[in-house]
Design a protein around this ligand. Sequence first.
Ligand SMILES: NC(=[NH2+])NCCC[C@H](N)C(=O)O
Length: 671
Amino acid sequence: MTLSREMIETQLHDYTLRCEHAEKETDKLAACVQALEDGQMDLFTDDITDKEFINLINENKKLKYRISILKKSIASMGGERSTKPQDDIFSDHMCNILGQLEDIFRKAVLVAYPDVSDPVIQIQLSKHADYQCNAAMALAKILKKNPREVGEMIVKNVAPGPMIEKMDMSGPGFINIVLSQEFIRQQITNVIMNGVTPPPVTPKRVVIDFSSPNIAKEMHVGHLRSTIIGESLSRLLEFLGHDLLRLNHLGDWGTQFGMLIAHLQDNFPDFATKSPPIADLQAFYRESKKRFDEDGDFKKRAYEAVVKLQAHDPVHIKGWEEICTISKTEFQKVYERLGVRIIDRGESFYQSRMEALVKELDDAGFLEEDDGRKVMFADGAGIPLTIVKSDGGFTYDTSDMACIKNRIEEEKGDWLIYVTDAGQAQHFKSFLACAVRAGIYNPSVTRVDHVTFGVVLGEDKKKFKTRSGDTVRLVQLLDEGLQRSEEKLKEKERHKELTPEEFVKARDAVAYGCIKYADLCHDRSRDYIFSFDRMLDFRGNTAAYLLYALTRIRSIARTAGVNREEIVAEAKKKPIELDHEKEWKLARTILKLPDVLVRITDDLYLHPLCEYLYEVSTVFTEFYDNCYCIEKDETGKIVKINHCRLMLCEATAQVMEKCFAILGIETVDKM
Ligand SMILES: NC(=[NH2+])NCCC[C@H](N)C(=O)O
C-alpha cells in the first residue's frame, strides 16, 4: 500500500506534536527527579495533575516526616547506649536483644502514630514472657486513648522479623514478648562458634584518664580503685569497638619538685651523671618536706629550683627526670602485676599548652584579678578556678583546663572519661563549667564523664591504714593478697592436686582477681570495706568462687574427653537443640550479656556486670543439677554424652570468660 503525500505530512505533523509533547514531559520529569533529589518537590505539586502522582508525593512527605522523627529519637537515645540497628540478626555480632527490641518497638510506634515525637519505649525482662514492652500506657495518656487499644495498635505494626515468636497483651496494656526459639538456638550456636562478639555500636574516640598517681608520693588505695575501675572500663569500651587512648595523668609537675631537686643536689651532687640510688622515694620526699618546713634557707633554694625547672634548665630537668623515673618504675610494677595498660602523660606535658591557654583566656577577658591571683568564674562552677597563682605559677586547675583542650582539640576525643575519687567532684565541676564558658567544651558535642568512687575503709570502718597508722603501700597490699590466697588454696589442699606451676597461676589469679572483683562488684560511688577474709571466701559472689565455678564448667567437657574443636565442629553442623526448661533458662541468661554491657556505657557503673556473672554461674548450677551432661554406669564408665549440653557448657564458659576479661581478671584452667 502506498501513502499519499498528504497522509504522510499529516502523520509527520502528528508525530512532531507528539514528540514535542513527549520532550516537554521528559524535561518536566527530569526536573521532578532533580527536585526530588534536592528535596524541593513542593515547587512542582501545582503543575501536576496526575492524582496517583500527587498521592505518591504526599506519601513521600509523610515518610520523610517519619524519617526525621526516627532520626531525632535515635539521636536522643544517647550515642553509646544506642547500638546500631542490626539488619541481620543472624550475623556474627551477638545481638543486644533489649536494644534491638527497643528499636523494633520504636519503629512500630512511629508507624502506628507518626505524629508522636520521641516516644518512650520501655522494654524490660518479664515474668510472664521473655521481655515486655510498656510503651502503650504512657502513649495512651498522651493520645488520650485506651492503653490496650494503643498496645494492640503497636503490636499490629511490629515489622515481622526472626527475633519475636509471639506477642500478647496483659494487664492494662503490657505487651509480652516471647523470643523465637530458633533465634535463641541460633544465637547460642553463634557464641559457640565465634565466641562472645560485641553488639554493633557506633565507635567513638575515647580518652580515658585513670590511675594518675603523684610522683614521689605513695600510690595509695584510692589510686588502686581508679586503676581497677579505669582498666575495666577501658576493656569494656575497647571490646565494644571504641578507639581508646588510656592516659595516666601523673602529678609530675608543681612546686614540690623544687624541694625535691634541692634535696637531691645536697644528697647526690653527681645525679646529673649517675642515677641516684634512692630506694625509698617516699622517705626522700618526707625528708625534703621536713627541711622545706624548717629551714628558711633551704626553702629559698627550693623556690629557685622551681623557677629553674620551669625555665627548662637542663640540670634541673635532669634531676626532675631522675625522680620521675624512680616513681614511674615503682608504679609500673603495680601495673604489671595487675595487667594494666596505660600511657604516662603527666601534668608536665601541658606546660607549654598552659602558657598558651592562659594568654588566650586573659586576652579573651575571662580572667579576673583576685588578691594577686588570676581566677576564672563560670556559671555552675561553684568555686572559681585559680588559673595563675600570685607567684606566677600554674595550678591543678590550669593543667586540667589545658588538658581538656588538648583532649578535645588535639586528640579529637569525642568522649572523655576521668576516674578519680569523689573528693574531686568540685574541681571537676568547676573546670568543666569554665571549659564550657571558654568555648573549649560543648556538652552537646563531646561527652564527658567524671567517674567517681568512694573511700576505701578498713574492717574497722575507718579510713584504710596500716596498724601503725601509715597509708598502706600498694606493693605490700598486693604481696599480702598473694600470701593470703596461697594460704587459702593450701587450706583447700589445692597444692596436692595441682602442679607447682598450676598452683602459682591459681594463687596469682585468685589474689589479684579477688582484689579487683571486690572493688568492682560494689556500687562504686559508695565507700567500700577492704577485707581479704571476705574477698577470698569461696562461697557467694566473690572472684574465688566464680573462678572456681568456671574451672568446674571447663572440666565437664574434659571429663567427657571432648575438646573445644569437636564442640565447635558439632555447632557448625547444625544449631544447638534445647529441650529442658533449665537449658532454655541458661540459654536466655547467656544472651543477656550484650545488653548488660551496652547498659553499662550509660552510667559507667560496673557492678551490674559482676551481678550478671554471678547470675550466670547460679543459673548454670541449676542447669547442671537438673540436666546430665555425661551419663556413667555403676563402674564409672561413660555411657552417654549429651553433646548439646556440652555445647551449652561451652557457651557458658565463653560468656564467663568474657566477663572476667572485661573485669581484668585472669582465668585459670585448674585451681
Ligand atoms: N585530669 C585529672 N585531674 N586526672 C586525675 C589526676 C589525679 C591526681 N593526680 C590525684 O592523685 O588525685
